[in-house]
Design a protein around this ligand. Structure first.
Ligand SMILES: Cc1cc2nc3c(=O)[nH]c(=O)nc-3n(C[C@H](O)[C@H](O)[C@H](O)COP(=O)(O)OP(=O)(O)OC[C@H]3O[C@@H](n4cnc5c(N)ncnc54)[C@H](O)[C@@H]3O)c2cc1C
Length: 311
């Protein structure tokens, strides 16, 4: 790791911190100290950084705004990479295409596009970055952002270079996006319907208002913890509520009293508190409904290793 530290210092990224407290990176405000956190502002440096990590067998994770992840709070032998600079832009083309960088904030995207009459109101009030939203196909119960994507640019794992791919409905489904060779998503091209600008802004405002009313916006949470079940009539939040679990807590973790699919860090929760609480919920829901809940939140740094990309 000492050699890697020197190599990372050599590529002169402005913002590179070692032994970094990752709890600052997540909306749950949970996360251990990590080997490294770095903010990458250019494509050149991103490619160099990925090359160093891969050649030296160092784990790395791309992180957006951390609004859909649970990080372990043990020491994390991981380089956390956040995109900024060159990846933080939006461009409107004459042919109606919208080109947006992965680091661009979703809240800005929704308002900026609405002001031009593009209707992305179903994404209103969703925090995070465009990159994170595409990886999780964020949206509401009827549609996700991927429905509006025509193509993406990404860095491929096998060639370690930028590639462009036209997106079809084979690449996504509910809260899921998949390109087999994807290492880092860098740019997204979208198309949407035009409406009258005032009508779209009105829809966005309504959406945000409804979210604030029904969800614990402002507490430390990571959005819906579990996915809704496909072809099942009861939304997951209601299933958990019907098990009597609203406000149930374990350690410093609690099921929100406002929306039962939101788990909150309400009193200095450890990652384990959230994890155990989520397992209790899955067990009780399985007993009552005979259904298996699937995580929507991504777990990073846990021992099963599934979420740590190692090369
Ligand atoms: C209060 C609240 C309400 C929410 N409401 C909704 C909602 O209504 N609908 C919904 O779908 N979600 C919702 N979410 C969840 C979350 O906001 C979205 O999933 C969001 O799009 C995640 O973006 P992020 O930048 O925070 O991603 P992160 O949490 O930082 O990352 C998520 C995953 O994407 C990966 N990733 C991020 N960027 C890249 C990239 N450029 N290349 C490759 N991988 C990348 C990360 O490695 C990680 O695995 C909500 C969350 C909160 C806290």
């Amino acid at each position: 790791m000492k050699k890697v530290k020197e190599l990372l210092k050599d590529i002169s990224i402005k913002e590179t911190c070692f032994d970094y407290n990752t709890s600052k990176l997540t909306s749950l405000r949970i996360g251990g100290r990590s080997f490294c956190f770095t903010n990458v502002e250019s494509r050149d440096i991103l490619l160099k950084l990925l090359g160093i990590c891969m050649e030296n067998d160092v784990c790395f994770e791309i992180i957006g705004d951390g609004t859909n992840i649970l990080l372990n709070d043990d020491y994390l032998d991981i380089v956390f990479i956040r995109l900024g600079g060159e990846f933080n832009y939006i461009r409107f083309e004459k042919n109606g295409e919208i080109i947006v960088g992965a680091a661009y904030k979703m809240t800005r995207f929704v308002v900026k596009t609405a002001k031009l009459g593009y209707d992305f109101s179903f994404l209103g009030g969703i925090p995070g970055t465009i990159g994170g939203s595409v990886i999780g196909n964020s949206g509401d119960k009827n549609q996700g952002i991927c429905n509006y994507i025509s193509r993406v640019k990404y860095i491929s794992r096998s060639k370690l270079k930028e590639e462009v791919l036209n997106i079809t409905d084979c690449n996504y489904r509910y809260r899921h996006f998949h390109i087999p060779d994807l290492l880092v998503l860098t740019d997204v091209v979208l198309k949407a319907d035009f409406l009258e600008k005032r009508a779209v802004l009105q829809k966005v405002r309504k959406r945000i208002k409804r979210k604030k009313l029904n969800q614990p916006v402002g507490t430390k949470n990571a959005g819906s913890f579990f996915k809704n079940l496909p072809d099942y009539p009861i939304p997951t939040g209601r299933m958990i509520e019907e098990c009597g679990l609203k406000n149930f807590h374990y350690g410093g973790a609690k099921v929100s009293g406002k929306h039962a699919n939101f788990l909150e860090n309400y009193k200095n929760a450890a990652a384990k508190d959230i994890l155990v609480l989520s397992k209790i919920i899955r067990d009780i829901v399985r007993d009552k409904f005979n259904k298996e809940l699937e995580y929507e939140v991504r777990m990073i740094g846990f021992k099963n290793g599934q979420d740590i990309r190692k090369f």
